[in-house]
Design a protein around this ligand. Structure first.
Ligand SMILES: Cc1ncc(COP(=O)(O)O)c(C=O)c1O
Length: 404
């Protein structure tokens, strides 16, 4: 097993010898890709390219087998069954499939709860379903510092008896690890269906979904070392199979005639058309990579980086940090005094520092915090202390420029 700090060497974009400095602190937006993921995609197209579930020829059988093995691998990673895993195009797509698929089970006046910390991808699809079905969207509240108010949220769930509770496992804007176990427990007491958006949490927290006991869990491969254009939708089998499909066409059918069409069972009924085969192959390599890392060591390493980043940030006068810094996936969201986040981000880019600034697709959260955006630094295990030192140095110099 490779020591964690040495894993960085396996990420070509982080080790290429460019003239310009490049410090990547934006893994919340997308993760970087290790060599073995890039090679898996490359060799799929060079040696194995064929469509899946279609041809009888050898190459198609090989591609199908690799494709289905990847489904088994992700199921094992999450401790669920492979027929509970649907390939989608991303977390956004997965949530849309659930929201659309469950709407036939909803009636006018039914309540859907989301938290005040959600990414727009876990708000807007539910809002649209509310419009269509006459349902009511209720918001699980947060405290002034941007942490889920667990007591009030549980009270709201007991009082409103929602049909659906949709919540992120970790906030993309602030990095907070949410108390999803407690929310799921409360939601199940009132027989609500639980949907967990694991887009940010999957790689950092490696959830055991049997233990978590949520009904649905979604994430995107690209935030976990995999390629873009691929997502995962997990659902407890009966609940997954009870969803209506969003897309129709080849592969998802049992029988088609001009009079009537019948559909496959899950997961096939949600995978109409040719899937993103090469991305699945690439993600399979990403899972191998993640499986090869000792998880405890990885957590300790990431925590060490995060603590170092927080300590240094807190030592700078005028920095305001938002969210839960105790339970966090390694993301810091901050502002400098009343300065616009865009100005600092622009200066930082001049130093080769890649961070994100803005509302992070969480406008309701920004409104609740009474700000228009933050600077977000999101870490991953391929970062090191030099990255943090370079960032802090650049930040101090940028602040000096702002103050001129
Ligand atoms: C918490 C959260 N949910 C959903 C999404 C949407 O992911 P994607 O754009 O990959 O569909 C993101 C992306 O940043 C996210 O951070």
């Amino acid at each position: 097993m490779c020591p964690i700090p040495e894993l960085r060497q396996q990420f070509p974009i982080l080790t290429s010898k460019n003239e310009e400095p490049f410090i990547y602190l934006d893994s919340g937006a997308t993760s970087q890709k290790p060599q073995q993921v890039i090679e898996a995609i490359d060799s799929f197209y060079r040696e194995q390219n064929a469509n899946v579930h279609r041809g009888l020829h050898t190459l198609s059988a090989q591609a199908t087998s690799a494709f289905e093995q990847a489904r088994e691998k992700v199921a094992k990673f999450l401790n669920v069954q492979s027929n509970e895993i649907v390939w989608t195009s991303g977390a956004t797509d997965s949530i849309n499939i659930i929201a659309n698929g469950i709407k036939a089970q909803l009636s006018q006046g039914d309540v859907i709860c989301v938290s005040a910390l959600e990414h727009h991808a876990n708000i807007v699809p539910w809002q649209e379903i509310c419009k269509e079905k006459g349902c009511i969207l209720k918001v699980l509240p947060i405290t002034k510092s941007g942490i889920l108010d667990l007591k009030s949220s549980v009270e709201l769930i007991f009082e409103q008896k929602p049909k659906i509770v949709a919540i992120s496992h970790a906030s993309n804007a602030l990095g907070n690890i949410q108390p999803v176990e407690k929310i799921i427990e409360a939601a199940h007491k009132v027989t609500a269906t639980t949907v967990v958006d694991g887009a940010q949490a999957f790689m950092h927290l490696r959830p055991d979904l049997r233990k978590l006991d949520c009904d649905f869990y979604v994430f995107s491969a690209h935030k976990a070392l995999g390629p873009t254009g691929l997502g995962v939708l997990y659902g407890k089998y009966d609940q997954l199979n009870a969803l209506n499909p969003l897309r129709f066409g080849g592969e998802m059918i049992k029988e088609v005639s001009f009079e009537m069409t019948s559909f496959q069972d899950a997961p096939s009924k949600f995978e109409a058309g040719t899937p993103n085969i090469s991305a699945v192959i690439g993600f399979s390599a990403a899972l191998d990579f993640l499986n090869s890392i000792d998880y405890k060591e990885l957590q300790q390493y990431e925590q060490g980086l995060y603590d170092c980043l927080l300590t240094q940030l807190r030592s700078i006068n005028g920095i305001i940090i938002y969210g839960d810094t105790e339970n966090n996936i390694g993301t810091v969201s901050f502002r400098y005094k009343n300065e616009h986040h865009f100005d600092l981000a622009t200066f930082l880019n001049g130093y080769g520092i890649a961070i994100r600034s803005g509302h992070h697709c969480t406008q309701p959260l920004m409104k609740a915090l009474d700000i228009d955006g933050t600077i977000r630094v999101s870490l991953a295990f391929y970062n090191n202390h030099d990255d943090i030192d370079a960032f802090i140095q650049a930040l101090k110099e940028s602040i000096d420029l702002l103050e001129i």
